[in-house]
Structure formats: structure tokens, C-alpha cells
Design a protein. Structure first.
Lengths: 225, 225
DNA sequence: GTCTATAGAGCGATAGAC
DNA sequence: GTCTATCGCTCTATAGAC
């Protein structure tokens, strides 16, 4: 068997290890010395292959974003009402969060990459902010539009706010899985993807369906793109 | 007028400026050189007054936690059903998040301190994890118990999970107020405390009221403490 | 491509003058 | 209590041997 893309070479080892360590300890929290030691490569390899520490971060995004966006959008396309299917809103929410939680299957490593984005969203890092806007704005806009069409009684700000709360629930689960385990005395495990989906989708769907406090005047609302 | 507690002395200036800068840029993201320069005090003052950078962080928690916990628990005590009042669940949620969002009034600075805790929950920082557990476990347990009593149809894990999603929505709003402003093209402002409360409380209350997927067998559930 | 060695800067902490 | 000066350490990035 011929391995066309060697997984064990220096560049791939650095990408994999950097994603994992940055996700767990933050971008500034991991030094190139720690990273290269853990990956078993020389300290100078990062600068040789990626130009700089920031170049390494950008390369992680270049590799990860397209698969995750493709899977999310494919899931969105597949949403349809039908007998025996979950309600449309639940399908849209699941299409957005399932690839972000995946640890096995087609988008394995989605959970690690989501944790990385969550951690970066906290760090005062201009590059990270730019990378997230560049790679995720378009997909988020499409999901927000789909949510707005599924819930036509909501005003625009209400749809944005509820999507924002969805992001918060998702990101906090990835960032701080230890807190719920500690508070629940081990009863809840944020690392259990199936449990997270089972708990999160109905909660968020019910939140999205909360009555609008700001009913839109009939015929005056613009259509969602 | 006699000012009994001088607000402009070195120690108070450091506490105030450190809380603000740590909340915005993280604990590891702010050096003592940046901090002391911004506060207009000498570099050696942190070690003189607080022993170390970690001592400064602990002092911030010692000052802030009691007022915030007191206000949250007072709000919880005041929760009661009655004509013309919001439903009990909405009151409990509001009692928990209002002090955490406050920027004026009795618990002014609550928003900054909440952002600090949110940022610390991301950083790989053992001291921060200990401080949060030490100062917040008891209050969180009491709110979780109140939520469990208000929603007796939910299983224990469901209550923990929904409280966890509440924390996520709250923390993400404090950590990344820029993302919703960017996505909504300025329509939503996460710095507007009243708007955040108006949007967050009904969303979370509806989420908490989502049907249980795991109905508790009658007579077998233990009472919430 | 991979290595060693190091430059150049910033870090927390502290000794010691005043 | 406040200051300057500095120690010992770690960081990213790079020059140059192999």
C-alpha cells in the first residue's frame, strides 16, 4: 500500500500537534520549544516550514476550514421536513453543531478545531480574529438566514442574539468541559459527544422558539438572504 | 467631605487596572510592566503590595466575590410567584445573570469581573481554576437546586446541562462582544446590558422549559438540596 | 531539510538606595 | 513605600554548518 500523503513527516506532525496543544493551552500559552519537543522535531522546523508561529496558525485554518464548512453546508442543504424526521429547526441546529463536535468519522478532529477557535476567540490576537472572519463569516451568514426563514416571527436582532447564544453554549462546552463535570460531581461528561448533542439541540431549539418580544410589522420585514 | 477609603492609592489603582486589563487581554497576556505603566505606578509595586502577580489575581477575587455572591443570593431569596411578577424561572435566571452583567449601580464592575472569570476559564491556569471553585461553587449549587425545584420534571443531568448552557451564553457574551456586532453588521450590541438581559432571559427560560427527554420515574428522584 | 548556537527582546522577581 | 538597576530565565526568530 502506497501512502501518498505521508502522515508522519515533520510538517504534518507539527500541524497536528500544534492544533491539539493550541486548543488545550491557547496560542500564546504554547511556546515553539514545547511544541517542537512534543512533536519530536527540531525547534527551527516551525520557521522553516511555516515562516513563523503565526504562519503555523494560519496553516491550521487553511487545512481545517474547508472540510468543516463543506460538511456544515452539506448538512444544511439536506435539511427538509418529512414524516419521521426531526423538525426543521432541530435539523438546522444539528447541521451546525455536529461537525463542530465530531471526534471521529469524516470530520474527525472537528472538536479539537472548535476548541481551538473558542480559545482563540478569547485571546487578544488580531490574526485569529481575521482568520475566523475570513473563513467563517459566509457559512454563519447562511445558517443565520436559514434560522430566520425557519422562524419568520422573530425580528432580525432576535435571530442574531439566539445564534450568538448557540455559539456560547457550543464554545463553552469545548473550552471548559471540566466545570460541568466538577459541578455535577461527575454526573455529566462534556467529552461525550452524543450526550452533548442530545442535551444541546432540544435546549437551543426551545430557546429559538421562545416567543418574539418584538413582533415584526407585517409586510415590512426584508427577506433573509 | 472625608474620603475614608482613598481610591487613588497605589494598591487600589493596581487592583482596578489589573482587573480591567486581565479581563480584556487575559492574565498571561498582560505583563507587570504594561500593567504598572498603565496604572502609573512603579514596576516593583505589585510585588511589594501583593507578593506576586498571582497574589494580585487572588486579591481581585477576594474583593469581588463576596459582593457578587451576596447580590446573587439576595436576588434568589427574593424570587417568589405573585400577580404581576415574571414567572419564577425567569426570576431565578435574572437573579443569576443581572449581577454578572452590571456596569453601574450597587455591583458596578460586575461585567468586568465576569469577563475576567470567562477569560480565566479559558487560560490554562491552575490558580484561576482554584479561585473559581473556591468562591463560586456554593452559589452555583444553590442556583442549580432552585432551578431543579422550579423544573421538577427534569432529570438531574438535564438541569446541570442547561445551567452549563446558561454559563456559556453569559460568558461568550462577555468574552467576545465583537463577534455578534460584526455578524449583525452593528445591529446588535453586546455592551448594551438592558438588551442582553431582554434577549437572554426569555431564550434561556424557554431552553430550560424544553421537554425532558428522560422523565424521572415517579417517587424515585432525590430532592434537590 | 535538519541541525546547533545564539541574537535580541521581554518576562517575573528582587536587592538595596532613599 | 517608592524607586532604580539588574538577575536569571524564556521567548521567537535566524544565521550558518552539515
Amino acid at each position: 500500500m502506497i501512502v501518498t500523503e505521508e502522515l508522519g513527516d515533520t510538517k504534518a506532525r507539527l500541524l497536528r500537534m500544534a492544533e491539539r496543544m493550541f486548543a488545550e493551552q491557547g496560542y500564546t500559552g504554547v511556546s515553539l520549544r514545547q511544541l517542537t519537543a512534543a512533536a519530536g522535531v527540531n525547534l527551527a522546523a516551525v520557521n522553516y516550514h511555516f515562516g513563523s508561529k503565526e504562519g503555523l496558525l494560519a496553516a491550521i485554518f487553511e487545512n481545517r476550514c474547508r472540510p468543516m464548512n463543506d460538511e456544515r453546508l452539506a448538512g444544511l442543504e439536506a435539511c427538509a421536513e418529512g414524516p419521521g424526521k426531526a423538525p426543521l429547526l432541530e435539523q438546522i441546529i444539528a447541521a451546525f453543531i455536529a461537525p463542530a463536535l465530531a471526534s471521529t468519522g469524516e470530520s474527525a478532529g472537528g472538536a479539537t478545531f472548535t476548541r481551538l477557535r473558542a480559545v482563540l476567540s478569547v485571546e487578544h490576537n488580531e490574526l485569529a480574529r481575521e482568520l475566523i472572519a475570513k473563513h467563517f463569516d459566509a457559512t454563519s451568514v447562511r445558517f443565520i438566514a436559514a434560522l430566520g426563514r425557519a422562524l419568520p416571527q422573530l425580528s432580525r436582532p432576535e435571530v442574531y442574539w439566539r445564534f450568538h447564544f448557540l455559539l456560547g453554549s457550543l464554545y463553552y462546552t469545548m473550552i471548559n468541559p471540566g466545570r460541568i463535570e466538577h459541578l455535577s460531581d461527575g454526573l455529566c461528561d462534556a467529552g461525550d459527544v452524543e450526550a452533548v448533542m442530545t442535551q444541546m439541540v432540544p435546549f437551543l431549539a426551545a430557546g429559538f422558539r421562545a416567543p418574539s418580544r418584538e413582533p415584526k410589522p407585517a409586510g415590512r420585514s426584508k427577506a433573509w438572504r
